[in-house]
Ligand binder design. Sequence first.
Ligand code: ADP
Ligand code: MG
Length: 355
Amino acid sequence: MQRVEDSAFAETGRRRTLPRKKPAVIGLVLLGLLAVGLTGIKLYNLHRYHLETESRMMMDTVVSIHALGPEKITVPAMDRAFGRMAEVDARFNIHNPDSPIYAFNRFGTPITDPEILEVVRFALDISRRSGGAFDITVSPLIDLWGFYEDTPRVPAASDIAERLDRIGYEHLILRKDRLEKIHPDIRIDLGAVAKGYAIAQAVSVLKAHGVSSALVDAGGDVYALGKKGSRYWHVGIKGPRETQVLGYLEAEDTAVVGSGDYERFFTENGVRYHHIFDPRTGYPADGLSGITLIAPDPMAADAWATALFVLGPQEGMKLADTLADIQVVMVTTSGDTLLSAGLRGDTLQTIPTTE
Ligand code: ADP
Ligand code: MG
């Protein structure tokens, strides 16, 4: 992404909003304008750029949608976008007894739901490309560590080793129309991509219902659709520790997704243990505290955030620099901030700290 001055866009913005009318219509419009005067024009503009905002609780977080445009377009579009996200949430929630994932995990019922198969296919591709760092079969480990409950704890090393045997995406068989597993103990959890997929779905629904300017924010993972009128959407990039803000991006048609050791964690004997696991060791991935992915596709951003987090600063950044369309901000456990090749420069705007 490149930073472009807002003024460079002002002209294109105006050109786009001027309707092409026939001469007779133009005459009528001019008469109308004379009648309502300047106030009328201002009201029209206010109406055009009305920012509608709504938040709902879903996917274990607060999801907000901000959409710009006439209310009669934005309000129903947002309602449908939320509806679609709720459907995705229910379908991908491993604790929901009605979810095909629940039946697959518990009873080995093959998954035939096309939507889940599409996301699994995507996840398996990321697994291969990340050398197994990303793996939707880590579920038994998450369970062992107690991250599905409110009381996580460090398990015995022997239990971790035992669970590692039941982990590995190669234990899944993805056919054209069904997902099967080769061992009954294999379980899947699409938690590392589902939020990105839900955001992508919300954005398609908004677009299909006439919204061209919106910000979808699922607990800090966002997608900026179009621009905020003649300006960019400003998206903050969080540091892994609450008070930090690393900077902000001027975003347009971009997802900004974060992962980190601060989202779900516990400390035991002074050590921080979090919910992103290295499938090779059975322990939480180390090396990074936080990562932010900037990419056109929210599902890719979400998946790569988890994959690169597991790979850590060296391996992760090396791979990131080979990925087209993906930019990364990493914060290491020792507090260093690393930027992928495309971000080095003036794209990331540093907010001056006030003390
Ligand atoms: P969130 O933003 O909701 O914290 P993330 O995108 O950071 O989610 O993904 C974390 C979730 O991904 C974990 O809660 C777990 O369900 C799953 N997970 C943990 N480790 C891995 C891994 N190595 N590969 C794929 N999924 C993982
Ligand atoms: Mg993720």
